[in-house]
Design a protein around this ligand. Structure first.
Ligand code: TXD
Length: 321
């Protein structure tokens, strides 16, 4: 079977880790595109020179020419600026929309059949813009945010309860911004409700709620917490790993249920917008959106998050994108 061709648009921090993970896992041949001359060539050369040590046999190629992404099966987009300390994701709108426009036009021309995962911020708006410009079917255009936000939430829960993070299931829905919605009610440790475990730990319902609220807030602010520490850029290992989980589910047709920035057509009461929801990811991209009943508080939080996404998309449209 021929190896898959994976194009990575953006050869910065996340792009570099994506190349390394794809190579180490032998998911396919990689073309790394960036506008900065020699940067993608240098990164791919550096990584391929570890192939004898890491024992991988895929082709890695860096380029500044979009033609080289021709016929890609999967495209992952990280092109765009990251946040600096104190910035919100929305502050990146104008700069990154301009970049996304060129990226979308070129992907449309050279890889019209690809499944596309967008990572660039502000995520929900960038996915929306990419889909609008390419006109690709919505099942083939998705965004990565929820896998990472959920992994952050799960990490904090594991630390708090002193259990393996492998046993923690916790999902974050909504837009990839401060309004994101960690779903507390279904957070569990191998099926056991996290809230009950917290109440037993503290023997105090109020304290348990306080601890959970703090974890929810830390999750919402987790991107900013990393930026504040790194000072020169934003998180890049964890976003890359998260996109790889989505990539594997698609390339191996695993049908994993992953929180995905997906186009909604009435699900959860949302029509015509991209927002984070649980979705089955397989060979056709988003194969199904998994709906479940939200309680009044969760639905209100999701509506609020969708409102923020809508406002940003409308602002983008007003700016001519
Ligand atoms: O979970 C998530 N979705 C995210 C998203 C988590 C963290 C960071 N997230 C966002 O991803 C971040 O806010 C940025 O918008 C993107 C990429 O983050 P990264 O840390 O990789 O940024 P870098 O290192 O600055 O890399 C961006 C690259 C850089 O090499 C530029 O030269 C390139 O993008 N770039 C372009 N590539 C192609 N085409 C154009 N026009 C272009 N402009 C810049």
């Amino acid at each position: 079977m021929a190896r898959k061709k994976i194009a990575l648009i953006g050869g910065g921090q996340i792009g570099g880790v994506l190349v390394q993970l794809i190579a180490q896992k032998q998911l396919g041949d990689v073309v790394l595109f960036d506008i900065v001359e020699d940067l993608p060539q240098g990164k791919t050369l550096d990584i391929v020179e570890a192939s004898r040590v890491d024992l991988f046999d895929v082709n890695l190629r860096g380029t500044n020419d979009y033609k080289d992404i021709e016929g890609s099966d999967l495209v992952i987009i990280t092109a765009g600026l990251p946040r600096k300390p104190g910035m919100s994701r929305d502050d990146l709108l104008v700069t990154n929309a301009k970049i996304m426009k060129t990226v979308a036009e070129n992907v449309k021309q050279y890889a019209p059949n690809a499944i596309v995962i967008v990572i660039s911020n502000p995520l929900d708006a960038m996915v929306t813009l990419f889909q609008k410009i390419t006109g690709f079917p919505t099942n083939r255009v998705i965004g990565q945010a929820g896998v990472l936000d959920s992994s952050r939430f799960a990490t904090f829960i594991a630390w708090e309860l002193g259990v393996s993070v492998k046993d923690v299931n916790a999902m974050v829905m909504g837009g990839h911004g401060d309004t994101m919605v960690p779903i507390v009610r279904y957070a569990n440790v191998n099926g056991l409700p996290v809230m009950e475990l917290l109440e037993r730990k503290y023997n105090d319902k109020n304290k348990a709620k306080e601890v959970m609220d703090a974890m929810v807030n830390r999750t919402k602010m987790a991107g900013g917490e990393v930026i504040k520490l790194l000072k020169t850029g934003s998180a890049f290992y964890s976003p890359a790993s998260s996109a790889i989980a989505m990539t594997e589910s698609i390339l191996y047709d695993e049908k994993r249920v992953l929180p995905t920035c997906a186009y909604l057509n009435g699900e959860f009461g949302v029509k015509g917008f991209y927002v984070g929801v649980p979705a089955v990811l397989g060979a056709n991209g988003v194969e199904r959106i998994i709906e479940f009943k939200l309680d009044a508080e969760e639905q209100a939080a999701l509506d609020n998050s969708v409102k923020a996404v809508k406002e940003l998309v409308e602002a983008m449209t007003r700016l001519g994108f």
